[in-house]
Structures are given as C-alpha cells and as structure tokens.
Design a binder for this molecule. Structure first.
Ligand code: ZN
Ligand code: ZN
Length: 329
C-alpha cells in the first residue's frame, strides 16, 4: 500500500506522499522536524495541534490542511487519520486504510510522558512502519523527572560557583520539553538562543506551560550571565556566540548521552540522557502493541532492530529512506 519512490513514501491508492523528501502534489506530514516536513509541495495535511510549527517550518505561503487527532478523511480510495505520536507538539502517526487493510506510518515517536504533547496512542494495524533512531539494547531511558532534577542541581551548582550553565539541546521539541519539566521544579527564568526562542513562542501559543524565558540577543550589552541557565542548539557550541557567557559549563541533553564516549568526543562538561524517541524496550513494546503482521523499520538502527524482530518471529525488514537518525536528539 505504501512504497518508497524517488520523492518519498508513496501511497498509490490515495495518490499522496508521506513526509516526502522532494516536492509533491500532496504531502501528509507526521511532524515539523526538518527531515519530515520539507518545503515546496503543493498541499500539506497534518495534525491540527502541529499547525503553528508546520507553518513556521514550511513557510507562510505553504498550503496546510489539518485534521484533529482521530478525525478521518477520504483521500483517493483510502481513509486517513492522524494519531498522537508523543514525539513533539503536534506529532502524529498516520493511519491509512484501504479495502480493510490498515497501515500505520509512525514518523518519530516515544512512549515516555511529555507535558508538551499528547501521549502516544496505540493503533492496531496490519503493517507498522517504525523508526529505529535508538534501536539498540543499550538505549534505555531514565525517569524524566529525575533527569530534570539532575539538570536543576547542575544549574544550582554553577550558580553557586558564579558560572553560567549552557545546556545544548534540539531546538524543536527538546528545548520546550526541558523548559516544561524544569517549570515543575522552579520558576526562575532561563535564557534562550534565537533558534530556540521562536519555537518556544509557538509552544506558548499552543498553551504549553514552560519556564519564563528571555532571549539572549535582547539582553543589554554587558549583561552578566553568571548563574544563568541558557538553552541553545548544538550548532552554537564553540561559536563566538558563546563568548558572552564568560565562565560557563556546558551540557547536552540527548539520548546519545547514554553512551559515555559521545559526551567526551563532543567536548561537553555534562551529559543528560533525555530523548524524544522511543528507547529499545519501548520500540519492542510498541511493535507488539500494534499487533502488526508486518513491520518495516526506518530511521537509524534499522538492521539491528529488524534482525532482532525477525529472530523472534516477526516479519520485519529495513526500509531505506533518507530520514536522519537525528544526531541532535
Ligand atoms: Zn522528529
Ligand atoms: Zn525524524
């Protein structure tokens, strides 16, 4: 029902693409991350909760139709609907039904509770396309509340030492989730990089509660950042932008921080293990929950995950796509 073409995942019965990597007539999009929502297509269809983010990503001129989660729409000979993926605000699994056969294209997803988006919904299907960003048994996440407490302790220690704490994180999703989790523990404002700020605004517009924030570039010249927490995208690490913070410790909040060598190699002082993707146990649990007869694995560790599933009797195989394994998450 869904195959890979030059433009992207294509559903012939409905004549539409899903998260196409080249411009097409009609694109159904799972969420606003760059490797899934690409500009240039004639028309887009996404989940309503992600509308603001999609418009930001695709440009003011992009034509974007939306559906509420669970709302169905006839597209060609198919019926499509969007279901929460728990990944970032407005992220969705796309359900496609054609003559009684059901496919779920999950995009990126996680099962861990996240105050910034609707929780993942289990949807039964015949074929499940899963991601495998963290599809290795070493990737297991700790309780998010404990990670947030760890970050707050790190911020406090730096405050007492008169240093700033610069926390690098994925600008869309992770930064807002951190601000929401920290907002449960403190009401001290945090500073944000420009790349994070616009997305924080989009989340606020969607009614998500987060720590108060201040844009770094709007502070007066000579402002001291001693004791401040600053959220910035990894691309800002090592740039001249960092100079204004004086004595600073750096941290990185990412699933990749599960592996010690990654923190050292990237030169961060601290690593906090926090991801917006499913960890290994949750990938397996989700595949089982969908009761899918066939599983297609994309995004990241496709071979190890499909191999493991096949050994346990699941009809699984890798599906080659240019979706990124999300190096920042
Ligand atoms: Zn994503
Ligand atoms: Zn992705």
């Amino acid at each position: 029902m869904v195959s890979v073409t030059l433009q992207g995942l294509y559903c012939q019965a409905g004549n539409f693409h899903i998260d196409p990597w080249r411009p097409v007539e009609r694109a159904l999009v799972t969420h606003a991350h760059g490797d899934h929502a690409r500009s240039g297509s004639k028309r887009y269809l996404g989940a309503r909760a992600g509308r603001g983010l999609l418009q930001r990503r695709l440009g003011a001129d992009a034509v974007i139709d939306t559906l509420e989660y669970g709302e169905t729409l006839k597209v060609g000979d198919t019926t499509v609907s969007f279901h929460p993926a728990g990944h970032v605000l407005g992220s969705a699994q796309i359900r496609v039904e054609h003559r009684g056969e059901v496919w779920i294209i999950s995009g990126d997803y996680k099962r861990t509770p996240d105050p910034t988006c609707a929780p993942f919904e289990v949807v039964r299907c015949h074929t499940f396309i899963t991601e495998a960003t963290f599809g290795l048994p070493i990737y297991r996440w700790d309780d998010t509340g404990l990670v947030a407490q760890d970050i707050l302790r790190w911020w406090d220690a730096n405050r007492e030492a008169g240093r700033s704490a610069v926390l690098f994180c994925y600008a869309l999703g992770k930064a807002q989730r951190l601000l929401a989790e920290l907002g449960k523990l403190t009401d001290r404002p945090a500073y944000v990089h420009g790349a994070v700020n616009g997305l924080v605004t989009a989340y606020r517009e969607a009614g998500i509660a987060m720590l108060p924030t201040q844009l770094v570039s709007e502070t007066e010249k000579g402002t001291s950042f001693a004791g401040a927490l600053v959220l910035a995208p990894p691309s800002a690490a090592g740039s001249t932008w960092m100079r204004r913070f004086g004595e600073a410790e750096t941290g990185f909040a990412s699933g990749w921080m599960r592996v010690r060598g990654n923190r050292r190699r990237r030169g961060y002082d601290r690593g906090f293990v926090l991801s917006d993707h499913a960890d290994w146990p949750d990938l397996l649990r989700t595949v089982a929950d969908t009761q899918a007869e066939k599983v297609l694995v994309t995004h990241g560790y496709t071979d190890p995950l499909s191999h493991y599933l096949r050994e346990r009797g699941v009809d699984a195989s890798p599906l080659a796509t240019p979706f990124e394994g999300e190096a920042e998450d």
